[in-house]
Design a protein around this ligand. Structure first.
Ligand code: ZN
Length: 236
């Protein structure tokens, strides 16, 4: 019978197996799938699923960092991934996004996780917005969009799926600049998964070398005993 901590470690390693060494978009997909999000889910719902998975693996307090855009100081802050997850589901009563372009009023589909795949190849924000729009608007997509139209589309999509973009109001401790730091949930979770998995692998490596134990044997050691052995072999 494994302890809860041992099960979490196994889950983290299994997640790392599925995502390590892959391109950003495939890695994000692997994380969304592991979190139980469907390709048809909205991006906000996908982010909520990732945060629920994150809370299960690492607990609710979440150490994050963002560079101050004014002075580039690396600012650390703590979020609560459980509370955050609760606020990301799309509002149930949201009307479908509509946008007036010229004389036409067009209805869009809220982008889904599967729409993100097409964005990886876009060279810039305008191309990405155009590509997303083509997917969500289909044949009615205008050939070119001006900045005003792009801004309005972005605002309208944000109204319909506010959880697609997760931002934190931060104050820079160095220069007092205040700004909204946008955190991309999938890459931020991946940083954490990768760090935890690498720590586990280093521990397995140190004890396997010293005692000849298998990976499974090292991972099955109770936490305190593994830490004690690591100390004995000078690996912690
Ligand atoms: Zn600053």
């Amino acid at each position: 019978m494994h302890s809860a901590a041992a099960r979490r470690e196994q889950d983290i390693l299994a997640l790392w197996d599925r995502a390590a060494g892959r391109a950003r978009r495939q890695r994000d997909d692997a994380l969304f799938t592991a979190a139980g999000a469907a390709p048809t889910d909205s991006i906000g719902a996908g982010n909520a699923a990732l945060l629920i998975l994150r809370t299960k693996l690492f607990g609710a307090p979440w150490q994050l960092r963002a560079a101050c855009p004014a002075c580039h100081t690396d600012c650390e802050f703590v979020a609560d991934s459980a509370v955050l997850a609760d606020g990301l589901a799309p509002p149930a009563d949201a009307a479908p996004p509509r946008i007036a372009l010229g004389d036409n009023e067009l209805t869009l589909r809220v982008p889904a996780l599967s729409d993100l795949a097409g964005l990886a190849a876009a060279p810039d924000r305008v191309a990405a917005a155009q590509s997303l729009l083509t997917r969500c608007l289909g044949d009615a997509t205008p050939a070119a969009l001006d900045q005003d139209a792009l801004d309005r589309i972005e605002a309208e999509l944000e109204r319909c799926d506010p959880g697609a973009i997760v931002a934190f109001a931060l104050d820079c401790p160095d220069c007092n600049h205040t700004w909204q730091a946008v955190i991309d949930i999938a890459p931020a979770l991946w940083v954490e998964v990768q760090a935890a998995a690498e720590r586990s692998l280093l521990e397995v490596d140190a004890l396997a070398r010293e005692y000849g134990w298998s990976e499974a044997e090292v991972l099955a050691l109770p936490r305190a005993r593994r830490a004690a052995y690591l100390q004995l072999v000078g690996a912690s």
